[in-house]
Design a protein around this ligand. Structure first.
Ligand SMILES: Nc1nc2c(ncn2[C@@H]2O[C@H](COP(=O)(O)OP(=O)(O)OP(=O)(O)O)[C@@H](O)[C@H]2O)c(=O)[nH]1
Ligand SMILES: [Mg+2]
Length: 277
């Protein structure tokens, strides 16, 4: 296979090409799409036994790995998860909060792509395909958005929606982003960008932290529309005012932090881009 030759500042640059994956290593995802990267799904769960059957039923069979991070549940969350998917990986959270749970779950992932969804039935696993589709077609980090055309929410109260919009506007102003939804728990990214995200927070500010760090590191961030449903059973763990202030503090603190350099993308170009028949 010939290397890719480009010119930068008048100098010829020769980038060695990785060989294309063999046809057998592609996973059929839809009748029109097969992908070679592997996909992990991370599900933070605290007392979600009643909701897991609904959530797991929506996770496509082509997903390679499901990681459930149990937040010391006092119900049958872990048993139900194992019954539904005997090969589910269980991570027992040692710290507290959703941010801590996601960090532990991401650290246990072994696949190329990581998708995070909630365990309360509000996020629909059938949308994973749009996140993966955006990643394999060029994005580094993909955010679900309830405000993008085609998205929506059955769950956002007027106060939460107002707070989210105000916080989104602050982030857009400070970090030059064009986000439409800041505080939403459905996101996906290439695992090689875990160092950029470098999660070090405990609570519901975790999505904001990820979105801000992705932007500061210059990652290509795409939004895909997502429809949020109401939690099926149980109580929300989020407190709008307390967690809103935690999000605001995170936005302000990140202003002073040096961004981490992202890992370069592997150098294989699709056959069509190289003019190969
Ligand atoms: N492992 C773990 N999971 C958590 C923790 N806190 C929340 N979660 C999970 O994170 C997901 C989102 O939490 P929710 O309580 O639904 O909060 P939310 O979705 O922001 O709020 P609602 O819109 O009211 O549902 C759910 O799957 C929870 O079970 C925690 O401390 N540990
Ligand atoms: Mg929820």
């Amino acid at each position: 296979m010939s290397p890719e030759i480009t010119k930068r500042n008048g100098k010829v640059q020769v980038a060695p090409l990785r060989s294309m994956p063999s046809p057998e290593s592609f996973t059929p995802v839809t009748p029109h799409l097969a992908i070679s990267p592997t996909v992990s799904v991370v599900v933070p769960a605290m007392n979600e036994a009643e909701n897991l059957p609904h959530v797991f039923a929506t996770i496509p069979q082509w997903v390679d790995e499901i990681i459930l991070v149990d937040g010391n549940s006092v119900d049958d969350t872990v048993e139900v998860a194992k019954r539904l998917r005997p090969n589910v990986k269980i991570v027992n959270q040692t710290g507290k909060g959703k941010g801590d749970a996601l960090a532990a779950g991401f650290a246990a992932c072994t696949c190329d792509i990581i998708v995070m969804i909630d365990a309360d039935g509000s996020t629909d696993g059938r949308e994973i395909i749009s996140f993966v589709g955006a990643l394999v077609t060029g994005a580094d980090f993909v955010k679900g958005s309830r405000y993008a055309a085609g998205g929506g929410s059955d769950d956002l109260s007027p106060i939460r929606s107002m707070g989210n919009k105000a916080l989104t506007a602050i982030v857009n102003k400070m970090y030059g982003t064009h986000y439409t939804d800041l505080c939403y728990g459905y996101n996906a990214f290439w695992a090689r960008h875990l160092d950029v995200l470098d999660l070090d927070c405990d609570g519901f500010e975790v999505e904001t932290l990820m979105n801000v760090r992705a932007a500061k590191a210059g990652l290509k961030v795409h939004e895909v529309p997502s429809h949020e449903r109401t939690r099926i059973h149980g109580e929300s763990n989020l407190h709008a005012v307390r967690d809103g202030f935690r999000v605001l503090r995170t936005i302000l603190q990140e202003w002073r932090r040096q961004p981490t350099e992202p890992q370069p993308e592997p150098t294989a170009a699709p056959a069509a881009d190289r003019g190969v028949a």
